[in-house]
Design a protein around this ligand. Structure first.
Ligand code: ZN
Length: 271
């Protein structure tokens, strides 16, 4: 996936390949100036936005893999945020807590079932209740496996429902995390700072906040999505006969798509 960047010297638009590290060392194709673009975005956000773009472009099946990966990376983000939030209240230096976290994560990094176990405990410890949404139905596991591992061709409606379920879950957990998310985001800021310190003189550093399906809401640049009133939900339920949790997920996702989908066009737009 590539995205447009603007040269800080001559304003020429150069496209950059989105890097796993979110760090992009670039040289302008027109004036030759060197600059570094640091994109403040977490992996789960990048993946979810990619899935959304694929869905909007009509690649429903391809979108499923991105949404599934976004959910897995979000669980990792949650574990990191929780662990660093806990460490922040203690005497121990942040770097020590981070290196213990990274060492621990290496034990689970190649198996998503282990990661899910870490998440379940983190959720229990932070919220004091069972993560009752971690059921195959709640996570859309059967659907995901049919599409990703068994090559099933899903209908657009099935993918929409899956996307809405993943979106609503991440959105809800981010809301619960609240300021706690900042502890995991701090790690990215530190990585950026270390990279900037190592840059030679004459390189311009550009920080970017890309809009996205979650970020726009977290930074308050777009209107929050109110939970529909109970009466509205009941009306929708009796009119359609659909389970109201499902209807709410769909409404939330559709609203977010309407508000933010067009902002995602900056990514993946043809040069
Ligand atoms: Zn230039």
């Amino acid at each position: 996936m590539d995205f447009p960047t603007t040269c800080p010297q001559c304003a020429h638009v150069n496209r950059a390949e989105f890097a796993d590290s979110s760090v992009h060392d670039l040289r302008c194709a027109r004036c030759g100036a060197r600059y570094c673009v640091l994109v403040r975005k977490q992996k789960f956000e990048v993946l979810f936005d990619l899935g959304t773009r694929a869905l909007m472009d009509g690649y429903a099946r391809e979108a499923v893999a991105s949404f599934a990966a976004a959910l897995e990376r979000f669980f990792e983000f949650y574990v990191r945020a929780f662990t660093l939030e806990q460490a922040a209240g203690r005497e121990r230096p942040f770097e020590d807590a981070l290196s213990a976290l990274e060492g621990t994560w290496r034990h689970v990094s190649s198996q998503s079932e282990r990661q899910l176990g870490m998440f379940a405990l983190a959720y229990l410890l932070r919220e004091g209740r069972e993560p009752d949404f971690l059921t195959p139905k709640g996570l859309g596991t059967d659907f995901r496996n049919r599409v990703i591992h068994r090559g099933a061709l899903p209908t657009r409606a099935e993918v929409d429902a899956y996307a809405a379920g993943v979106f609503t879950l991440i959105d809800r957990l981010l809301t619960e995390l609240g300021a706690g998310a900042a502890h995991a985001e701090l790690v990215q800021e530190q990585t950026f700072a270390a990279h900037v310190r190592g840059l030679p003189d004459g390189v311009t550093v550009v920080f970017e906040e890309h809009p996205g399906m979650f970020r726009a809401r977290r930074f308050g640049t777009l209107s929050p999505i109110p939970k529909p009133a109970k009466a509205q939900l009941q009306a929708a339920q009796s009119a359609s006969g659909v389970n109201d949790a499902r209807a709410f997920q769909q409404a939330l996702f559709e609203r977010a798509l309407e508000e933010r989908g067009s902002l995602l066009r900056a990514f993946k737009t043809a040069p």
